[in-house]
Design a binder for this molecule. Structure first.
Ligand code: PLP
Length: 219
């Protein structure tokens, strides 16, 4: 199947209120162009250099999302144009994003990444840290707008583990959203688990391999 058919397949399964972030990491410019020609406008990347290279040559009405762990010393490269950072995962990164956003005369939309999975390799705030940030920290960073939360489930074929985590995340999200109505986005769900994520209130899914095919990291 080609990119167009894959995109159609995915979109058919997404309720209208769910935003599709097409994750184009490792994929060539031509793949992004193909998806763009099919009407896709929101793309996600997890490496700053790749994000910048693609942003530079592709149409300017693309909304670029940073979805991967972001190193502080690289924030400056994406600050001029990034539309949404999904991976605000520690306060020191907020300091840097705020600084670079200010230099660019921008307010950058961010999601707080919550550490949900069992893997210690994944990044993010604990629920408690996230609550603290929302209650006491976010007002310290006027050039950042926290518009929601992001989470990744444990990489597991056991749907029960994944569903438990999504459910926990959804409950936490709803609790915080009652307090902070600006939290409009719950970014949760990838190729393997987006249906489950949507069942548990996700309204933004990040889908790569189902659209663009398996990634080859050895090239
Ligand atoms: C790569 C990646 C995705 C997409 O993964 P697929 O399984 O290919 O859909 C989603 N979110 C993050 C943070 C990623 O790094």
């Amino acid at each position: 199947m080609g990119i167009q058919a894959n995109l159609d397949f995915v979109k058919e399964q997404l309720p209208k209120h769910v935003t599709l972030v097409a994750v184009s990491k490792t994929k060539p410019i031509s793949d992004v162009e193909m998806a763009y020609q099919c009407g896709q406008r929101v793309f996600g990347e997890n490496k700053v250099q790749e994000l910048c290279e693609k942003h530079e040559v592709l149409p300017k009405d693309i909304s670029w999302h940073m979805i991967g762990h972001l190193q502080k010393n690289k924030v400056k490269y994406i600050a001029p144009f990034v539309d949404l950072i999904h991976s605000l995962d520690q306060e020191s990164l907020a300091v840097e994003i705020n600084k670079r956003a200010k230099q660019n005369d921008r307010i950058i939309n961010c999601l707080l990444q919550v550490h949900l999975a069992q893997e210690s390799t994944k990044f993010g705030f604990t629920f408690d840290e996230c609550t603290l940030f929302l209650n006491e920290k976010q007002t310290l960073y006027p050039h950042i707008r926290i518009i929601g939360l992001m989470a990744m489930a444990t990489f597991s074929s056991d749907n029960q583990i994944v569903e438990e985590e999504f459910k926990k995340m959804s409950e936490y999200y709803q609790l915080q959203q009652n307090k902070f109505p600006n939290l409009e986005v719950l970014s949760m769900g990838m190729s393997g688990d987006y249906s489950l994520a949507i069942k548990h209130n996700s309204n933004m899914v990040r889908i790569g391999s189902t659209i663009f095919g398996q990634r080859n990291y050895n090239k």
